[in-house]
Design a protein around this ligand. Structure first.
Ligand code: HEC
Ligand code: HEC
Ligand code: HEC
Ligand code: HEC
Length: 180
């Protein structure tokens, strides 16, 4: 058993030794491959991690602050529902998808014309994108997560794609359906 602990300890040390230069992009998936090994990969994560992660120049791994995000994006489940909060996403997506409450054009996440993105993302305690989406890759369509994380809790999303809409039962509420 002691040998086991020793071997585990040495393995951990070794893992930390070949500290890579944070800017060596092609190496990211050597260690973080599981983030993108799912059926739908977010196109920018397939292209270049550095679209969203910028090196601070500190050694990585080894320094907890090896990377910052290239634009603002909140940590955690809730955030003030300003467009600025999610600026990282508006480099490519149209922010109207959370700002326009009623429309048949700005998002597919709607019930009739009621924009369900803006329903979920409003006020001081709006849900962050990553409450529902994986930003790297997911096994559901539309990069919808399998599980919603609440602190240390994790609840199944039960997301089902339907004709012209979908349904989920995430534990935040019972089964809800939307139809365009
Ligand atoms: C030699 C293995 C290894 C390589 C290569 C590697 N990482 Fe990491 N990375 C780690 C470990 C270990 C952690 C800390 C544990 C964790 O969060 O998974 C980490 C944490 C992170 C974090 C969260 C903490 C932070 O610094 O913000 C980000 C973001 C990250 N890595 C991005 C990258 C990117 C981008 C690349 C490519 C440029 C990369 N990593 C290459 C091993 C690696
Ligand atoms: C579209 C922007 C985007 C791209 C592209 C992207 N990331 Fe991230 N990444 C994020 C955000 C935002 C977070 C913060 C956590 C969250 O909200 O999910 C994050 C968090 C992480 C973390 C911390 C652990 C975790 O799962 O939260 C690691 C490690 C990481 N990214 C590695 C990578 C690697 C490696 C690539 C390239 C294969 C990559 N990222 C591409 C946006 C991105
Ligand atoms: C409450 C859960 C939830 C939250 C929070 C959420 N989304 Fe979505 N999003 C969805 C669902 C479900 C779909 C799939 C809609 C469909 O059926 O086409 C979707 C679709 C999308 C699409 C595809 C285009 C569209 O609008 O239909 C993009 C892009 C997107 N979301 C980005 C975001 C961004 C950026 C944020 C944060 C600002 C966010 N989402 C927050 C649930 C969510
Ligand atoms: C560099 C450009 C870029 C950035 C930055 C970016 N995305 Fe995307 N995203 C894309 C592209 C391209 C697609 C694929 C669009 C398509 O399939 O029509 C996509 C697709 C998506 C989808 C799935 C849409 C669907 O219906 O399948 C979601 C959800 C999403 N992005 C969320 C986000 C979130 C959240 C952020 C911010 C953390 C973000 N994106 C930042 C380029 C980007």
């Amino acid at each position: 058993m002691i040998t086991g602990i020793l071997i585990a300890g040495i393995a951990l040390l070794n893992f930390d030794l070949p500290s890579i230069r944070p800017e060596s992009e092609d190496k990211c998936t050597d260690c973080h491959g599981s983030l993108v090994q799912m059926s739908t990969v977010h196109p920018p994560a397939e292209m270049k991690c550095g679209i969203c992660h910028a090196s601070t120049g500190k050694p990585h791994p080894g320094d907890a602050k090896g990377f910052t995000l290239t634009n603002s994006f909140p940590a955690g489940l809730y955030a003030k529902a300003d467009a600025d909060t999610f600026a990282l996403c508006w480099d490519c997506h149209d922010m109207d998808m959370i700002l326009v409450d009623s429309s048949t054009a700005v998002t597919g996440f709607r019930n009739g014309a009621l924009n369900l993105h803006s329903v979920h993302i409003r006020g001081d305690k709006g849900r962050s994108c990553s409450a529902c989406h994986n930003v790297h890759a997911a096994s559901n369509r539309h990069l919808v997560r399998d599980k919603v994380k609440f602190g240390n809790w994790s609840m199944p999303m039960n997301y089902i794609v339907q004709d012209e809409g979908g349904s989920c039962a995430p534990g935040c509420h019972g089964v809800k359906e939307y139809k365009r």
